[in-house]
Design a protein around this ligand. Structure first.
Ligand SMILES: *[C@@H]1O[C@H](CO)[C@@H](O)[C@H](O)[C@H]1NC(C)=O
Ligand SMILES: *[C@@H]1O[C@H](CO)[C@@H](O)[C@H](O)[C@H]1NC(C)=O
Ligand SMILES: *[C@@H]1O[C@H](CO)[C@@H](O)[C@H](O)[C@H]1NC(C)=O
Length: 402
């Protein structure tokens, strides 16, 4: 039944590929291959090259294999896939690249795989995947396995477009956050595994409303969504109450924080213990004097759980963003690069539990003499006297309230 296709002599001296007729299957597993053999029949439908020592995949390796449906390259040492390697494989349904040494996937790597359904990339060293990497099979992909990699970032906007996906394995990575609503169009999703990542919170998603929700367990009905996210350092505050309300006591999660809930099983904590702290502004500039045209920094520091975000409203009631004249920092500070008008700014700190505001007054002193181009005294290490004066003023007049 077996035809010896290739007596490729390598260091092991015992490599053979077997052509198993009539199914057009070529089997070259555990044959000590260092590269994809060049004379594989181009009509092959199934090609198994697992357990070898292949390091690089090139376009010529699979050129013209338009009938190939199943390609297995598991457990090699592949660290490089040249651009357009799979460009001719328009019928390929399954690509197994697990247990290799891939680190980065970009837009060109999987180009041409317009019928791909199963993409298995588990057990590599992936740390970066471009948003366009799965472009050619967004609508056909049913099974995506990215587990056991080093991913901090996932191309979420791409994931959101995988309309046929049934199984999504993202477990054992370093994922820190999941955007809200990212799974809302994945109506066929039946298994989502996010076990052992760095998630502190899980945003509500229409996906989770597909009741009943079962954790990974034996005997769960196939029709139900299987959702696993154990082994994440969950921060159990009010943002996770929605999850606590789902009845799924089969799953044993523990909380990592806040302190008094650390180490407790998620499902044993009462709903009212998942609390948030509304923001409190602890320090802010209350009144600041500045010369016209000078830079000034207004401060507003707040605490709360979850960490509040800070916004600034201008004296004329507009939300201030990053512009050529203003910078809003994450720590609450607002830099005004060229002060022009006096007025009352408002700092707003907000989080899931509420908001707090503080008034901040800016007094801009007109300076008819100031013109950096006509600096009358360029001594003073390049500072004009006016600038120096305003710097002294800002540091001495800045006051803090509480
Ligand atoms: C693929 O097909 C083209 C055109 O028929 C041919 O020129 C080329 O040599 C083939 N490549 C391989 C690797 O078979
Ligand atoms: C504004 O720019 C700063 C500094 O570049 C950045 O840290 C901050 O996140 C930006 N803020 C917004 C709201 O984009
Ligand atoms: C806030 O961050 C900015 C940019 O990192 C920094 O220049 C500024 O001093 C910080 N402000 C405070 C109050 O820490």
């Amino acid at each position: 039944c077996c035809i010896v296709l290739l007596p490729v002599l390598l260091h092991s001296g015992r490599c053979t590929c077997q052509n198993l007729l009539p199914s057009y299957t070529v089997l070259c597993a555990k044959t000590g291959l260092l590269f994809v053999p060049p004379n594989i029949d181009r009509q092959t439908a199934e090609l198994r090259l697992m357990d070898n020592f292949i390091t690089t995949l090139r376009h010529r390796d699979f050129a013209n294999m338009t009938s190939l449906i199943h390609l297995t390259l598991s457990r090699n040492t592949i660290s490089q896939i040249r651009p357009y390697t799979f460009a001719d494989l328009q019928d390929l349904h399954a690509l197994h690249l697990d247990a290799n040494r891939l680190t980065v996937l970009d837009d060109s790597h999987f180009q041409g795989l317009v019928n791909l359904r199963h993409l298995i990339l588990a057990n590599n060293q992936l740390h970066s995947i471009s948003e366009g990497a799965f472009q050619d099979f967004l609508e056909t992909l049913e099974d995506l396995d990215l587990s056991y990699n080093n991913l901090v970032e996932i191309p979420w906007d791409t994931i959101a477009l995988l309309v046929s996906v049934n199984t999504l394995s993202l477990d054992h990575n370093l994922i820190e956050s999941v955007p809200e609503g990212i799974f809302s169009n994945l109506h066929k999703l039946a298994r989502l595994d996010m076990t052992s990542n760095k998630l502190k919170k899980i945003p509500p998603d229409p996906l989770f409303l597909r009741i009943p929700v079962y954790a990974k367990m034996k005997g769960s009905p196939l029709t139900a969504l299987v959702l696993s996210f154990g082994g994440n350092p969950l921060h159990c505050n009010c943002e996770l109450v929605w999850l606590r309300r789902l009845t799924r006591e089969d799953d044993l999660e523990t909380c990592a924080s806040p302190k008094d809930l650390a180490g407790k099983y998620f499902w044993t904590i009462r709903e009212e213990e998942f609390v948030c702290e509304p923001p409190m502004i602890t320090r802010h500039t209350s009144k600041m004097f500045v010369m016209e045209g000078q830079e000034v920094s207004l401060r507003c520091k707040s605490i709360g759980d979850p960490e509040p975000s800070t916004h600034w409203v201008s004296p004329d009631g507009k939300l201030i963003g990053n512009t050529s004249r203003t910078i809003c920092y994450e720590n609450g500070s607002l830099d005004i690069l060229k002060a022009s008008d006096s007025g009352k700014f408002t700092c707003i700190a907000s989080n899931a539990a509420g908001e707090a505001t503080a008034p901040v007054e800016l007094v801009v002193n007109p300076s008819p003499h100031f013109d950096p181009k006509l600096d009358p005294d360029p001594g003073w290490e390049g500072f004009s006297p006016v600038l120096l004066l305003s710097l002294l003023q800002s540091s001495s007049k800045e006051m803090h309230g509480s």
